[in-house]
Design a protein around this ligand. Structure first.
Ligand SMILES: N[C@@H](CCC(=O)N[C@@H](CS)C(=O)NCC(=O)O)C(=O)O
Length: 233
């Protein structure tokens, strides 16, 4: 049996990580019934300087899109692999969620004061006490610089929410009345969509982004369906 250690950003807002990408990997392992240990990660350690990363039998694997197939290979527990049109739909949904909706979430939590009031205490708690006051501003500024460089930070809130609404409408249409994005069984791509959408739906802040998810009954039912697989109770 492989020895698997997940390095992640901490739990928060009722989810195992405040980071959607960490949540994606941890949810995959929970659903697949993989034994692992989790530790708080240090962003200086992974080669790509991003969270999450994993050690599989001591070997560092970075980037959630790489991590899931590596976990599947080393545990012998792959998820269903959709083919053809099913795969294309699920892949397209993942790209919309990770490359676009994710940034609206980062904007809502880091850039907008209405989100930052919820996130700030959590980020503060991670910092060494003597440097907290100094570092908290530096970290927020660095993240907002990424949001600006990616493009979302240049748009202004109304346009960010409008684009997110379009993304979520598209995701709702792509899912339709299917159980999962790739068909009747959950696949890796679902987790890439689920993590940012569940973070929006289940965590703060309230507002246009959360309303845009809540406005699609099929997405809400699917978020809850995946959550139940992860966390059966
Ligand atoms: N493509 C990467 C993206 C990971 C990522 O963006 N992680 C964020 C947290 S959600 C991060 O590490 N941010 C810290 C930083 O960029 O300094 C993946 O799929 O793992």
């Amino acid at each position: 049996m492989s020895d698997i250690v997940l390095f992640k950003l901490p739990a928060g807002f009722g989810l195992p990580s405040v980071s959607p990408y960490c949540l994606k990997v941890e949810a995959w392992m929970q659903i697949q019934g993989v034994a692992y240990t989790a530790q708080q990660g240090d962003l200086r350690k992974p080669r790509n300087k991003k969270m999450p990363y994993v050690l599989i039998d001591g070997e560092q694997v970075c980037d959630s899109h790489n991590i899931l197939p590596r976990l599947a290979a080393s545990t012998g527990k792959p998820m269903h692999q959709p083919q053809g049109e099913d795969k294309a739909r699920a892949h397209a949904a993942m790209v919309i969620a990770q490359e676009s909706v994710y940034w609206a979430l980062v904007y809502a939590r880091w850039t907008m004061d209405s989100g930052w009031v919820h996130l700030e205490p959590l980020v503060r708690g991670l910092l060494p006490a003597p440097l907290r006051a100094l570092l908290i501003g530096v970290i927020r500024k660095a993240t907002n610089k990424q949001v600006w460089q990616q493009g979302t930070g240049r748009l202004g809130p109304e346009f960010v929410w409008e684009r997110a609404r379009e993304d979520l409408d598209s995701l709702s249409h792509l899912l339709g009345d299917r159980a999962y994005f790739g068909g009747e069984q959950i696949c890796d791509y679902d987790l890439g969509v689920w993590a940012p959408l569940a973070s929006i739906h289940l965590g703060p802040p309230d507002g246009p982004l959360k309303d845009a998810v809540a406005g699609h009954a099929n997405l809400v039912a699917w978020i809850e369906r995946v959550d139940a697989l992860r966390n059966p109770s």
